[in-house]
Write a protein that binds this ligand. Structure first.
Ligand SMILES: Nc1nc2c(ncn2[C@@H]2O[C@H](COP(=O)(O)OP(=O)(O)OP(=O)(O)O)[C@@H](O)[C@H]2O)c(=O)[nH]1
Ligand SMILES: [Mg+2]
Length: 457
């Protein structure tokens, strides 16, 4: 039923801008456009407009002409959704675009749901489910590499990689089935060595995707990063260095920062949501104590911790407490105030951290050193932005199930369980891969994917 309606929505973001685009998709797109758009050249008719052509004209709400702009025509199936599509570009600003949508609705269109254009593209076979998810990632990407990753997925890098694995498993499965089900037919037995080799290859490919999942997610979505340490260690100085301006108050007085100070920064390819916190120490001051409680809470929540130590003073009990807590986190120790005589024994805290780096947060050069360390720890440096990557929990869990299926098949092979046991595991793996690409995704799964989309996409 849904496919029979003609939908309308504003495709551009809200706010002021040069141009806003209202998009129509569905069998009545041309008829609706005809009512809201009058070509400037009176000899031209909307109904006759060929695909991939444009007309200049005026937008009408009933008899009243309220703006002028361009209508761009696409004929089914050669459009984003695979349906007849008309894109109406009016002047930017919500009032005009909203009025144009209202005129379209009055002419018989219905409001588009979140992601409905992309959903129609999926239903009409223009996109795979992973490509549809990539559209969402591309729209929300902040950094260049995150966008490149999403674009690779949109162009089918993941679909291609998974497709190759499906092909290997399907041909294995065909052979296994023939051998198991028709023993009397003289099917040549599968050579165990070759079988193991194929399965191992598929497993390695899946494991690479799974291993890079977190790093790819960081590139696409960014990460929460807590800056923690003793009072006066230089946490707020670090925040200001990374932000590129004086975001937080810095003074030589211990206990300057009381509340959590938030700032999003772009550090190389990674978007960091930074949280500068109150210095960790025992205190009788109830305000400061609440600040310290929040510091510990931020440390526990963050995906990345930058623990700052004052290199110019000896190691204190609080430093050791902090280091121990960091052992359970993805954390980098920054031994600050490198420009002063060093009093701090970094060896003591080193076992609790992935990296210990001496820095001077007052110097611009520290930013580059920290950026490189963060990229190395999060694994983003080794990601090829043009290669296939998994995006979102849905894809990850399908890939994990596929990997487990292939592992099970290898185990069955090694423990001499027989080829029918191998065949069952390969079946599981294949099913998971089909779910990943969306070839047998249920309506509920598709609904969940499109829930996150914005209207107009
Ligand atoms: N010499 C030197 N001084 C620094 C460096 N980094 C910070 N400082 C100084 O150390 C003092 C404390 O810096 P802050 O950034 O306010 O320290 P903090 O960790 O935020 O302190 P609280 O907010 O009190 O927890 C200030 O006087 C800074 O100028 C550094 O690399 N070298
Ligand atoms: Mg501070």
């Amino acid at each position: 039923m849904m496919e029979n309606s003609t939908i309308a929505a504003i495709a551009t973001p809200p706010g002021q801008g040069g141009i806003a685009v209202v998009r129509l998709s569905g069998p009545e797109s041309y008829r609706v456009a005809e009512q809201v758009f009058r070509p400037a050249d009176s000899r031209k008719r909307v109904a006759d407009a060929k695909g991939y052509t444009a007309l200049y004209g005026q937008f009408a709400d009933g008899e009243e002409l309220f703006d002028d702009g361009i209508a761009l025509f696409y004929r089914a199936p050669r459009s984003y959704t695979g349906e007849d599509v008309v894109e109406l570009s009016c002047h930017g600003g919500s009032a005009v675009a909203r009025r144009l949508v209202e005129a379209c609705l009055a002419a018989g269109a219905v409001p588009a749901g979140p992601g409905e254009y992309t959903r129609r593209a999926l239903l009409n076979g223009k996109l795979s489910l992973t490509q549809a998810e990539a559209v969402m990632d591309l729209i929300s990407a902040g950094g260049r590499q995150g966008a490149a990753l999403a674009n690779a997925a949109r162009e089918g890098a993941l679909a291609k990689k998974i497709g190759a694995q499906q092909q290997v498993l399907t041909s294995l499965q065909a052979h296994l089935t023939a051998w198991v089900d028709f023993p009397e037919e003289d099917v040549p037995a599968l050579e165990t060595g070759a079988l193991r080799e194929s399965l191992t290859g598929v497993k390695a490919g899946l494991e690479e995707l799974i291993e890079n999942y977190n790093a790819a997610a960081v590139l696409r979505e960014g990460i929460d990063c807590a800056i923690v340490g003793r009072p006066n260690a230089g946490k707020s100085t670090l925040l200001n260095l990374l932000a590129g301006f004086d975001r937080a108050i810095v003074t030589p007085i211990a206990g300057t920062t009381r509340d959590v100070v938030e700032q999003t920064v772009q550090l190389g390819e990674i978007r960091l949501n930074l949280f500068d916190t109150a210095g960790l120490r025992e205190t009788d001051d109830p305000v400061e104590a609440e600040g310290v409680r929040r510091s510990w809470a931020k440390l526990a929540e963050a995906g990345l911790v930058l623990a700052v130590f004052d290199g110019s003073s000896p190691l204190a009990k609080e430093d050791l407490d902090l280091a121990r807590r960091c052992a359970e986190c993805r954390a980098i120790a920054l031994v600050n105030k490198e420009d002063l005589p060093i009093q701090f024994d970094a060896e003591v805290i080193a076992p609790y951290f992935a990296m210990v780096i001496p820095v001077c947060c007052k110097e611009e050069g520290a930013k580059k050193v920290i950026a490189a360390a963060v990229a190395r720890l999060l694994g983003t440096a080794r990601i090829d932005p043009h290669a296939a990557s998994l995006s979102g929990q849905r894809q990850l869990s399908a890939a994990l199930r596929a990997r487990d299926g292939v592992s099970g098949a290898l185990e069955a092979l090694d423990t001499g369980f027989g080829l029918d046991a191998v065949s069952v595991c390969v079946d599981d793996a294949l099913e998971a891969l089909y779910e990943l690409t969306g070839e047998n995704a249920s309506e509920a799964v598709i609904d969940e994917v499109f829930e996150k989309f914005c209207v107009g996409k």
